[in-house]
Design a protein around this ligand. Sequence first.
Ligand code: GLV
Ligand code: MN
Ligand code: MN
Length: 412
Amino acid sequence: MTAPSISGPRLMARLRRMGEIGALEGGGVCRLALSDADREGRDQFVAWLEALGLTVQIDVIGNIWGLRPGLEEGPPVMIGSHIDTVATGGLYDGTLGVMAGLELVEALNMAQIQTRHPIAVAAFTNEEGARFAPDMMGSGVHQGALDLAEMRATRATDGSAVLGDELDRIGYAGPVPAASMTPRAYLELHVEQGPVLEAEGVAIGAVTGVQGISWTEFTITGQSNHAGTTPMSMRRDAGVVAAEIAIAARRVAGDAGPPQVATVGVLELTPGLVNVVPAEARLTVDLRHTEEAQLAASEARLMAAAEAAAEAEGCALTARRLARFGPVTFDPALVDRIAAAARARDLTVRRMPSGAGHDAQMFAPNCPAAMVFVPSAGGLSHNVHEHTDEADLVAGAQVLLDVVLDLAGAVA
Ligand code: GLV
Ligand code: MN
Ligand code: MN
């Protein structure tokens, strides 16, 4: 049996090709979930799966996976991630994990290696949640944590479309039912999207879990009026309340201390004119923490501050939950296997939690799941300049291959 080996040129060629789909001028990509660019990326992924001889499956929420049979029937060892991006995304977030899955299968095919258990390579719908909240939507439906009908009814964050219509429009509402399969194990290679591995000069992260995520959309309603004539004491300024909520979010994070983080990523004022007191404001707050109790405490503090700010300004406040996922712990034995596989290849490795959300977290309650991280240059992600050196990408893919072979059982 020839030892299967990851090919850097093949991996990079697929990453670059996917990076052309939805390419932004000046670098980076925009493949928002269920957009035309996402459809083009999906078509390319399906073509690659078919070229590798895999059986393509598409489920009701548009998740796509290819199956490589094993000598025995039964659930596959699944490798997955996503090919949708934020509107100002890089080439690697999500796409790396999917391209590494394809490369891994090609390496096995080239070395003519059969496995005892089947292997699946998957791309999950709308991991980012940038166009339709919540994030991890496809993997959530796949693992029965999110309801299909509710997800199909989701309106886009800019109000422009409904998810189910978009899924139908791009032709990716497939026949496989939701929650139809629990893999034997689930593995995901991903860029770290943070600064730790690079700063410490470590090649591989063996990811121990994912912090909890809470997304809330606040809508504040006041009264629009003339900016020149309305005395300050007589205003019901929705914009001021939004600003106070944004400052409160920062304060909540500061008071709680690390690893509490808080981000206001969307802030819109209506009518949005220079000489009009805003009648309405809409903003989103993303809160994350590794401990459930602390995350809940921060949510409560923020809500109290938002209510107080609205009341003081005589405005109405509504809060809508866009996403809520508790912290997740990955399978310790699988994390150990990843660390051992890295060491066996003389790669430096550290255990670490993930700050970002990932499809792997939706599998963790149902089957052994874990992740492999590789360094992100400058810690940048959700940024068109996201970068990881080829040698690091290949090292991560090789560790993934070694662990998959171990789990799927190579047969000479
Ligand atoms: C999803 O990618 C997130 O962490 O926001
Ligand atoms: Mn990702
Ligand atoms: Mn992302």
